[in-house]
Design a protein around this ligand. Sequence first.
Ligand SMILES: Cc1ncc(COP(=O)(O)O)c(C=O)c1O
Length: 449
Amino acid sequence: MSKKLFRRDFIGNLALTGTGIAIGVPQILKAGTTDYKPAILGGPKAHAAPFTTWPVFNATEEKGLTDVLKSRNWGRLNGNVMAAFESEYSKLTGCKHSLGVSSGTSALTTILGALEIGPGDEVIIPVYTFVATYNVVVLNYALPILVDTDIETFQMDATKVQAAITPQTKVIMPVHIGGSPVDIDVFMELGKKNNISLVEDACQAHLAEWKGKKVGNFGIAGAFSFQSSKNLNCAEGGAITTNEEAFIRTCYNFHNQGQGGRSAAYTPGVGTRGTNLRLTEFQGSLLLAQMTRLLEQSNRRWENAQYLTRLLKEIPGITPAKLYPGTTRSAYHLYMFRYDKNHFAGLSRSKFLEALSAEGVPNSVGYGQMNKDSYVTGLAKNKHYLKIYGEKTMQEWLERNQCPQNDVLTSEQSVWLFQNMLLGTKKDMEQIAEGIRKIQKYAADIAKL
Ligand SMILES: Cc1ncc(COP(=O)(O)O)c(C=O)c1O
């Protein structure tokens, strides 16, 4: 939005709400000041213009979709677009092999299927993740073991993983939450030392890097999501990356009803189970088009996020999520920070977020306590789980899943901003910080609302 529009909106706000600011004061909100009241108290919005609308598209997407339509080759078993996408995605991630599948969940399902994970096996996952990470384990009747969160980074606490490993553990599946890499070296060492497969849930982490290497390269395989909100988006879709040829062949067969190759000719010896998790040529064309701007968008998010971190670090009570030292790039699918109400006159997080929304800064509290959700605790009573593991093991499982640090983080501190908000300018970042500073200055008044 132009400066002119911004000013008009600001003046409109003043006229409507009567903030008591003297006539003649320049009608522009100065960055770095808290001269004006928060919007929730009738002041001007810190960020009056909308953030970048997501998804972004242009004629490239339109042409790609129309070309597939006219080709009449709409499925991957007929056309060449998905194969072209896979070749480009391998180049982009630096992984030897990629396979497009119908979602990030399908990518994880296929990987666990290819690893032959099943009843009696344990899979270690973080408690702080989207429920899909948990669901793919349970769909295989394996036991998901939930590990606590490193409150400083919002990531799975690598130092707590060893204690969660048992002779039944077959996979460690860390998640690069928010698009920031977990402490990858420690996870790789854990996998090697215990002879357990490492699978990266990189569903939020397109182009994230650890020591200059893209995520999706560190375990036996990486899983990516292309669901609507993701940094690379085709409405619903996903991909598997791996550097093992035999593994991608097993994954291909699993996602294609156990059959290898376009001709559906059976390739013996690569798996004993399968389903249909294929992606369509339409989505392949959308992904190829979206990839033409992924790098530029990723650079922009990275630069804006780093600037925002510098600004927010100066505000007492606001602590941006730290990146582990090996991180050379976060995808910043989410911008995560901690809120400490003690620096905001005791203002609750929910009131703080309401005030932040009023400033024109969309936000969320993010994930909660999955280990305490009845959807998850109910597994202890699932008839198949009782049959496979027995009552005692399932009761102990509830105990094993206690995550005290995650409780602290999610019940009062965690805040998310979203990737599209990082696609704008430095000014947007300044206005986000400005909104928070205004709220801080007037926190006691907001608390009374
Ligand atoms: C960490 C994580 N894992 C898995 C998934 C599942 O991906 P999809 O929604 O494409 O199935 C998501 C999607 O939000 C995710 O954030």
